[in-house]
Design a protein. Structure first.
Length: 302
């Protein structure tokens, strides 16, 4: 495919829809780009300030030998119920200061994160390092949205690939890099039009099994969006000897039977009787659109 591609995008700053000519363009104009960049810098500054505050609180907690369960959970970045389960599984002995006051030794927390079913960052990990690590991970909901897959498909694939989650800052996250390899092997940004499998079945009168085998044998670009498998319209049509002009000027048999509500046998009788122009592309017969429309419209008037 050649030519200049256009991308309909939403401006990252003002939210207006605009046409971009590169897939990496984020702003509709120079003004929005300037304001957007300033907003990003302000966001980064606020994040650094927030990190500094959290780090100071973490250092204050690390200076204590014995911690409340709330503070211990905060250091590990997990919830109190998760902490209770970990302490119980590891057989950690708690300190009972009074009837209503319980403490856990900081020394017992140092290795608590090790050998757990879901890895947890150690308590001596700086906040800045934790935030940096989060950039390399993604949550389940974000993964479903980014890769346009279903929850069932997500868990099925990561189980097969043996991709394990980790807990960072209290959230269960998955490593982004292997997920990209698993779900986004090819983005095909240059391909603008796609067929669904059902569209090909209906338009070309073939089975789903035939579509899957044919596209696999011909190594056609395809991708998954939710439950749908999409196949490049350009590559499918090209492999079938079709081009855009033929698509515009000719009907497939299934298109005619659906549009005019007639059977295939009747259609072929009409084509033969009135010598309607047709061409053959592989297993497909294409009928001249304008000639057939004129013929069918005249038949209705009679």
């Amino acid at each position: 495919m050649t030519g200049r591609f256009e991308y309909e995008k939403v401006c990252k700053f003002c939210g207006n829809v605009f046409t971009a000519y590169t897939s990496t363009t984020n702003y509709c104009c120079a003004t929005c780009a300037n304001r957007g960049n300033k907003a990003e810098k302000r966001k980064e500054r606020l994040q650094l300030e927030s990190e500094a505050i959290k780090e100071q609180k973490r250092q204050n907690l690390l200076s204590q030998d014995n911690l409340s369960l709330t503070n211990a959970a905060a250091l590990l970045g997990i919830s109190r119920p998760t902490l209770y389960k970990l302490l119980n599984d590891k057989g950690v002995e708690l300190l009972r200061i009074s009837k209503r006051t319980i403490r856990v030794k900081q020394a017992d927390l140092q290795n608590l994160y090790q050998n757990t079913a879901v890895p947890i960052a150690p308590i001596n990990t700086p906040i800045a390092e934790i935030n940096k690590a989060k950039e390399e991970y993604i949550g389940v909901s974000e993964a479903l949205q980014q890769f346009k897959i279903s929850l069932t498909w997500f868990y099925r694939k990561i189980k097969t690939a043996e991709i394990q989650p980790t807990i960072i800052d209290g959230k269960t996250l998955y490593p982004l890099k292997p997920l990209k390899k698993l779900f986004a092997k090819k983005q095909y940004a240059e391909i603008a039009e796609w067929y669904t499998v059902s569209e090909i079945v209906e338009k070309f009168g073939v089975s789903k099994q035939y579509v899957y085998e044919y596209t696999s044998d011909h190594k056609m670009p395809k991708k998954r969006e939710g439950k749908e498998v999409l196949i490049s319209k350009y590559h499918w049509d090209k492999s079938k000897g079709l081009d855009q002009t033929e698509n515009e000027n000719y009907y497939t048999v299934s298109q005619i039977t659906e549009k005019y509500g007639i059977g295939r046998s009747h259609l072929y009788d009409v084509i033969r009787a009135h010598k309607v122009p047709k061409i053959t592309r592989g297993r497909n017969v294409l009928i001249h659109r304008q000639t057939l429309d004129n013929l069918m419209n005249n038949r209705k008037k009679q």
